[in-house]
Design a protein. Structure first.
Length: 88
């Protein structure tokens, strides 16, 4: 009976360790996902994307060949605007 108790304790310790490690990894990765909620509404590229999204939605087009910007922030703002304009 003692052997089975050790096995269960070992499994519990391993499972707890995996859970703690996963929680730490998730908390460490959280700052990278905060850009998703950034307010781009006054950004020039956001406005451009929103306009083009509205036009494409009205004409039933996609944006597979739309603009690509060198600056990552400009690209994110454009994409956010495009999605907002295309969805409404």
């Amino acid at each position: 009976m003692r052997l089975n108790t050790r096995r269960y304790i070992g499994v519990f310790v391993i499972a707890t360790g995996i859970g703690i490690t996963g929680g730490i990894a998730q908390a460490a990765g959280a700052p990278f996902f905060q850009d998703h909620n950034q307010d781009y509404s006054k950004n020039k590229r956001y406005q451009q994307g929103m306009h083009e999204g509205q036009v494409d939605q009205a004409h039933k087009l996609d944006h597979s060949k739309k603009r690509h910007f060198k600056k990552d922030d400009d690209q994110k703002a454009y994409e956010a605007g495009y999605q907002k304009g295309h969805d409404h």
